[in-house]
Design a protein around this ligand. Sequence first.
Ligand code: HEC
Ligand code: HEC
Ligand code: HEC
Ligand code: HEC
Ligand code: HEC
Ligand code: HEC
Length: 280
Amino acid sequence: MDTTGKSILLTGLLLSAYALTGGSFFLLASPAWGVEREELGRTIQSIPPNGPPEHYGNIILRKKSKKAGMSPVIFPHWVHRTRYTCRVCHFELQFSTRRDETGISRPAYLAGRYCGACHNGTIAFSVKDEQPRHCDRCHLKNTTELDDRFNAFAEKLPASSFGNGIDWAAALNDGIIRPATSLAGDYTPMPLPDNLMKPLKLGTTSPNSDVTFSHEEHYAELDCSNCHPDIFNIKKKGTEAFSMEKNIYGRYCGTCHMRVAFPMNDCNHCHPKIKSSSSR
Ligand code: HEC
Ligand code: HEC
Ligand code: HEC
Ligand code: HEC
Ligand code: HEC
Ligand code: HEC
């Protein structure tokens, strides 16, 4: 990239960091940090409990359905992530990692996009099928049946006390689940460069924190573009105002680790020195 490109990118990132923090960007970097740490303690205490394991990672889509007089759609991540990596949907099929941002509609999925890429009667039950039963598998009146299936499914997987109650990383590493990395079937991941193999020390707002980030642990499931440049600057320690508080509000690591991957209550999974909170 040339110098102009770099500075445009940098300005863009700074501006978005500023906009996203609602202007508190300079405050966070100011000496008033001590006061904010107390606030952080309270914020951490206020991490919402995860709710029932069978509902963690379920996305409810109701905007268009409601207008059309249909039941809301429940998209369960657990059903899908055992079969496909995040990359398949959040890169290949261009689903957003922000709820309601993709703009999924009936005309779009009937044309084979989004849900329709798989729910075509070949890979999975079809969106076209007029039998109400098929419509009702996505447009759900209640989740009882789906919840029962979850519970039977979860029994066979390594347990965790958080999120889905499933240790997904262990399930993947032990080969209990083998999600496909591509729908087209012709994708081989680019090998991870040597310099990204070892865990990165993070530390923009709390240089002494014990959190590291491992590309290797994320590489199997995600594309580089799932994190760069929208969530993280590609330059180490280049992500501005990268604090725990921002994580809890669903930014940075919290983009995934509050909603689909193991949640923020599981302190110990990221902070080897902090014990995990007990609340579910
Ligand atoms: C079969 C497709 C599929 C797979 C596989 C998948 N997702 Fe999603 N994901 C979706 C859809 C659909 C949405 C909702 C998008 C929308 O509302 O615009 C979503 C939403 C999300 C959101 C936003 C959640 C919220 O509550 O705002 C996150 C974060 C996310 N996915 C992360 C992941 C991660 C991490 C993985 C891999 C472990 C993954 N997804 C695997 C389809 C998928
Ligand atoms: C694979 C899952 C799936 C199946 C099966 C499915 N839908 Fe949908 N449908 C969706 C999603 C996702 C949306 C967008 C949800 C929203 O924003 O409310 C949607 C939206 C709709 C809408 C809102 C109008 C619009 O333009 O999007 C209608 C009407 C609809 N579906 C009818 C049906 C009918 C009728 C069937 C059965 C023939 C059906 N759907 C089967 C997933 C599905
Ligand atoms: C990458 C492929 C893929 C995409 C994209 C996908 N699905 Fe699925 N989905 C599957 C497969 C495979 C199954 C399990 C096989 C089956 O039950 O036919 C499944 C199962 C489901 C189930 C479980 C239903 C039941 O009765 O067991 C729901 C609900 C569902 N999908 C909704 C959706 C919605 C809503 C979307 C779009 C927002 C979507 N899926 C996108 C492949 C996909
Ligand atoms: C998904 C990973 C993850 C989880 C889970 C997590 N943290 Fe953090 N935490 C971080 C990151 C990243 C930072 C910022 C570190 C940095 O800049 O070096 C951080 C920073 C902190 C800090 C330093 C203050 C700050 O704002 O930078 C404290 C204290 C903290 N976390 C406590 C906790 C507690 C308590 C829990 C459990 C309730 C927890 N964390 C769960 C990733 C995580
Ligand atoms: C799950 C999120 C995630 C994914 C996926 C990801 N990265 Fe990163 N990457 C990060 C984080 C977090 C940092 C550290 C940012 C900081 O310190 O501000 C980083 C830093 C980097 C750096 C700077 C390293 C250094 O030592 O200075 C490079 C280069 C990089 N990533 C390349 C990649 C490439 C290439 C891929 C795809 C193979 C990738 N990343 C996938 C989150 C991710
Ligand atoms: C784009 C989504 C995404 C982002 C952003 C992300 N992660 Fe993850 N992370 C995952 C997924 C998916 C897994 C697999 C385990 C799971 O789903 O619970 C995972 C696993 C992990 C693991 C466990 C690895 C193991 O083998 O047990 C750690 C630790 C971790 N992430 C830390 C972080 C930290 C720290 C950040 C922020 C710097 C971060 N993650 C950002 C998606 C993400």
